[in-house]
Design a protein around this ligand. Structure first.
Ligand code: SF4
Length: 336
């Protein structure tokens, strides 16, 4: 059997494709891998071409893939949010299959995985609850870490870690094993409790490149301000410095555009020395050079912290639009 796996988007190793690679190699198949959706002239005829796309913005690449491989099967949240559309169902194997093949990511030395699946909430803008169901344990740290000689650095894709049944024992495993950990999906600040303090005090929270201390979390709705304040207080008690806290910061969902709820949350966070990361819901619906897009650039590039005010943004917007104008003029000159 000859199988080709294609990762259409995403920077990190793709868990679904790693599971497929492990499974097909285990049954003796010849497996190849690519990030390109195009077919080379000398490629063989495959029994299966299996691709994964996470982002809805990847639709053009998916169409191109289908031109080159009309029988390709494409999975991932970009194409389906149905709970039954899993690698395990496709392969007809036991649910919550954990084996991963890292061989197509030779540069990646960390260990990646999830200690649980699902989420106890069902936010309208998010597909985790719909796709994965309610929060339930999946793996412990010992199952996720690849072992020696790999570094004790874990990227955990948990979406609702603080509510996982037995989160305490997972924290203890992280602490006892002296792991560094990047919870890159973000912790739910609203649901932290005093019980988290002692565990979090001892955990080495890191950014996704393991270069800096970083605690990822989220603040989606302005109305949660009291709960967010309480969550921040818990982090403070756990000795997690404000400047190392990155709340993912949803915009354009409850109200469209660069609205007051975006400003209120940003100013609140900037005053407290947090480093939010602005995320725009359905960004592709906004016109080019929309204020919210420029605002996102200002915040996520950290240019905002020189003068985190509306006046500071006005200055940046001016600079940004001029820079784009000059760039376009230079591009036009090149083609004269
Ligand atoms: S809490 Fe987070 S993971 Fe859960 S449904 Fe809401 S946004 Fe999604």
């Amino acid at each position: 059997m000859i199988v080709k796996l294609i990762q259409i988007d995403g920077e990190l190793p793709n868990l679904a494709l790693m599971k497929l690679a492990y499974h097909y190699k285990a049954i003796g198949a010849e497996v190849s891998f690519s990030h390109s959706v195009k077919r080379d002239l000398f490629e063989p005829v495959y029994d299966f071409v299996l691709a994964s796309a996470i982002f809805q913005t990847s639709w053009k690449k998916i169409e191109l893939l289908k031109d080159f491989y009309p029988n390709a099967i494409v999975g991932g949240t970009a194409v389906s949010k149905k709970r039954e559309d899993t690698v395990e169902n496709f392969l007809g194997i036991a649910p919550d299959y954990k084996y991963l093949d890292y061989s197509f990511y030779p540069e990646f030395e960390y260990s990646i995985g999830m200690t649980h699946l699902g989420c106890s909430s069902s936010c309208g803008f998010c597909c985790v609850g719909e796709k994965e169901g309610s929060n339930r344990p999946l793996s412990n740290i010992n199952e996720i870490w690849r072992g020696e000689p790999y570094p004790k650095k874990l990227i955990l894709l948990d979406n609702d870690f603080q509510n996982r049944l037995g989160w305490q024992s997972i924290c203890q495993e992280i602490i006892d094993g002296n792991f560094e950990v990047a919870f890159i999906q973000g912790m739910n600040l609203r649901k932290l409790t005093d019980e988290h303090i002692d565990y979090f005090k001892q955990i080495k929270f890191r950014d996704k490149n393991f270069q800096k201390k970083r605690f990822y979390c989220a603040w989606d709705n302005e109305k949660d301000i009291k709960k967010i304040e309480r969550g921040l207080h818990i982090l403070e008690q756990a000795n997690i410095q404000r400047s190392t806290v990155t709340p993912y910061f949803l915009c354009n969902y409850f109200r469209k555009g660069l609205t007051e709820d975006v400003w209120n949350r940003f100013l609140f966070m900037a005053e407290r020395d947090l480093r939010p990361y602005a995320m725009i819901f359905e960004k592709w619906t906004l016109p080019p050079n929309d204020d919210l897009k420029i605002f996102q650039n200002w915040v996520n590039s950290h240019n905002a912290y020189a003068n985190p005010t509306k006046e500071g943004f006005a200055e940046y917007k001016n600079y940004y639009q001029n820079k784009n104008k000059i760039y376009k003029e230079k591009q036009a000159e090149l083609f004269i």
